[in-house]
Each structure stands twice: as C-alpha cells, then as structure tokens.
Design a protein around this ligand. Structure first.
Ligand code: MCF
Ligand code: FE
Length: 407
C-alpha cells in the first residue's frame, strides 16, 4: 500500500468532499481517504509521500472522446463549417493517417498523461493507433469504429470490423477495454449498426456514437436535404439518408454503457430518448465551436450524464483536458461560473467514468486508484473556489498514479 498526502484532497464523492491536509491510502484501489493526522496514526508503518505547497490530489481526468489517428493534423483541415471540414477530411485523410505514426501518437499520449488525463475513450477507425495505445500506461476504452452507409458493402465492412474488434479484444486487461463506436447515423447503414450492436449487447461492450453534431446532419437525416445531399450523391450515389434520428437511437436499446458525442443539434424528443437509453453525452466544446460554431445547451441536458472530450486534433489544437475545461468556462455563459467549474470537473471525472462504464473518477474507497497531483500558485481563501482556480491555473500535473502505480 502507498500513501499520498496534500493540502487539499478533492474526493468528487456524492458530497464533493474536500479534505484539507488530507491523505489517500491506496493499492490498486483506493483503500481509505481521511485527514493526514488520522491516517498517520492508523498506518504508522507505511511511508507517507508528502506533496508540499498548496498541493491538490484529485481523481485523474477522463477524456471520454478522442481520435488519436488524426493526431498529425495541425493546419490541414478547414474549420468554421461542418461541410467544409468534412470535405477537407476526405481530401487529407490518407496523408494525415499516414503521418500519424506510432511514435507521434506515443508522444501525444505522453502529453496527455502529463496534462492530467489518466483515462481515454479512444475512437479508432483503423486500429493504426493500437500499438501506441497499448504501450502507454493510460487506461483506455478502445472503441473500434464501424462506418459505411452503402448496403452492398455491409458484409465486407462487418467482416473488417469484426476482425479489428477481435484483435482489440485480445488485449483486454486491467487498463484496456475494447468497445464499439458507430460513427454516426448518417454514415453507418442501419443493418450494419444492428449487426455491430448485437455484438455489443451479447458481449456487454461499451458503445459510443457521434450524434447530431451539425445542422447539415440534422437536415439530411430529417429531410434528405442540404449540403450532405451534395456530398452523398457525389461520393456515394445516395440521395436519401439511411435512417431517421429516432430510428437510429432505437437501435441502441439494450446497450449497457452507452454514450453519444456532440448532440448539439438534438431536439427534445431525441434528448428524451437518450435519457431513456440511460446514455451519456460526450461534450466536446472546442470541436463544436471550431467545426460548427455551435454550443451544447447544457440546460437542456441537466438530467443526462455528461462527460468531457477533446475530440481529436482533427477538430482541436490540444488534447489537454485542462485546456478543454478552460475553453468550456469561456464558451458557456453559465451564470455562476464558480459552481459551473465544479460541474465541469465532475463531468471530467465522474461523468467520464459513467460514460465509459468504469469504476473511476472518485477518490473513494474501492474505486480505482487513478490519482493526479499538482500545486496551486497560492492559497485558497474559500474552498468552493478551488474548482475554478484549478481549471484556470493547471497546465501540467506533478504526479500521476494509474491503478495504484506511479507512471
Ligand atoms: O468528432 C469529429 C467530428 N465528427 C466526426 N468524425 C470525426 C471527428 N474527428 C475525427 N473524425 C473521424 C471519424 O471517426 O472522421 C472520420 C471518421 O472515421 C471520417 S468521417 C467524418
Ligand atoms: Fe469525434
């Protein structure tokens, strides 16, 4: 067992307990959290690692939605409008994927750890990121992506998907869990979605899908109109969407650990359905701003669990969760920013854990020991302010513990 002690221990338990001069006892799991004084007396034979100076211990951050295979993008893709972005992806995809070498993805994963993320939900289109992801100590749900809307291609696509999933499943371990990503309602044929989701239901795999990211998507799915019509008729000889949004959502009935990414254009009925499915929403604020100039209305989802994702470098300039959280503070005009900062950090810990179906995101007995530590530049007068001050001032963390080990 190990013990870490800091000026502030943020538990993210049901009461958002904060222990000043606190300590965490842990092995693979959290064993006990209490005041340093109490822990010292109870565990006299275990060395305590003290972190000096306005130090904070809290659960590692969970980036619930990321595309590592797009990590080579810096300036190639077109922002501001989803249709332009999509066309620029089609044009540059091959070059970008080719340039996202294992070594580059490994580098990005190091930065991700250094910026306080201990768990990722990684969407993998081709499994080209598998080697890099496996070599990192970070926890990962590795979502193998199904994509393809042409009926005549379903058998081939399903066979390819199954082989990628099987390969990923061979690596299931304490820090690796294979899951399933349906790309979106517009890009995956419902028959393919159904087959793939049958696997998820039978094997109890976590599932995620992009949903209602853009007005273009919404127009196409509901009315077979808009710029997607041009796109689909040019590239795929298709003039009608293959499923309506609610039909698409209905396919997910029976999936246990389910999340939908974006949902900025989802209407009341669709949000109600998402709630009924007991699904979470992965919120990627920077990506929404860059690609669509849109913002998820958080008031409309206050009874749905939400988590925070950076999306990939295909729609963000950073994979740091602290950068994303700072952007969230600026993008959302919540009245009480101090309270909102707490909500955001909760989404980045508890919210992500629930979205991915994990036992993480809290410094609480029996939860996985994924812990980060860092120092604030000065003391905190009012403890309620700590969440906002953390978001504002933290760029890198000092210590990272994953599954009880320092990494
Ligand atoms: O989340 C963003 C924007 N929405 C959709 N897809 C992606 C995003 N970043 C990368 N992608 C990938 C997706 O996984 O783009 C590929 C898919 O494989 C091409 S289809 C837009
Ligand atoms: Fe995405």
């Amino acid at each position: 067992m190990k013990i870490l002690s800091a000026s502030y221990v943020l538990t993210f338990d049901d009461n958002f307990g904060i222990i000043t001069d606190g300590a965490i006892v842990f092995d693979e799991k959290i064993v006990e959290v209490a005041s340093l004084e109490y822990i010292k007396e109870k565990y006299p034979n275990i060395e305590i690692i003290y972190i000096e100076g306005n130090s904070v211990l809290m659960p590692g951050l969970i980036n619930s939605h990321i595309h590592l295979e797009f990590s080579a993008n810096k300036t190639s893709l077109k922002y501001a409008n989803f249709y332009s972005w999509l066309n620029s992806v089609i044009k540059n995809r091959e070059k970008l994927i080719e340039n996202a070498k294992t070594s580059l993805i490994k580098q990005e994963l190091k930065k991700i750890l250094k910026t306080g993320t201990t768990t990722i939900g990684a969407i993998s289109s081709y499994s080209f990121d598998l080697e890099a992801v496996l070599s990192s100590p970070i926890n990962k749900v590795f979502f193998c992506e199904a994509i393809g809307s042409k009926a005549e291609m379903i058998d081939t696509l399903f066979a390819d998907f199954k082989s990628r999933l099987q390969q990923a499943q061979e690596y299931n371990s304490k820090n690796f869990k294979a899951g399933i990503a349906i790309h979106s309602p517009y890009s995956v044929h419902p028959f393919l979605t159904r087959e793939v989701l049958n696997l998820a239901k039978n094997e109890n795999l976590p599932v995620t899908s992009h949903f209602m990211e853009s007005v273009e998507e919404k127009e196409w799915l509901n009315k077979d109109e808009g710029s997607f019509l041009e796109f689909f008729s040019n590239f795929l000889n298709q003039t009608k969407a293959t499923s309506k949004p609610t039909e698409f959502l209905n396919l997910f009935k029976g999936v246990k650990n389910l999340s939908f990414t974006h949902c900025v254009e989802a209407n009341e009925e669709e949000l109600e359905k998402i709630k009924e499915l007991n699904a979470s929403i992965n919120h990627c604020a920077i990506s929404n701003r860059f690609l669509n100039n849109s913002r998820l209305n958080l008031e409309r989802i206050d009874d749905i669990n939400f988590s925070i994702g950076t999306d990939g470098l295909s729609s963000n300039n950073s994979l740091s969760m602290f950068d994303e959280l700072r952007a969230c503070l600026n993008i959302h005009y919540e009245k009480n920013i101090i309270k909102f900062a707490k909500t955001l950090l909760n989404a980045a810990t508890n919210g992500g854990s629930r979205a991915l179906g994990l036992n993480k995101g809290r410094i609480q007995k029996d939860f996985d020991a994924d812990i980060i530590s860092f120092c604030l530049p000065d003391t905190i007068e009012d403890l309620e302010d700590i969440y906002m001050q953390i978001i504002l001032h933290t760029k890198y963390v000092d210590k990272v513990v994953i599954g009880g080990e320092f990494v």
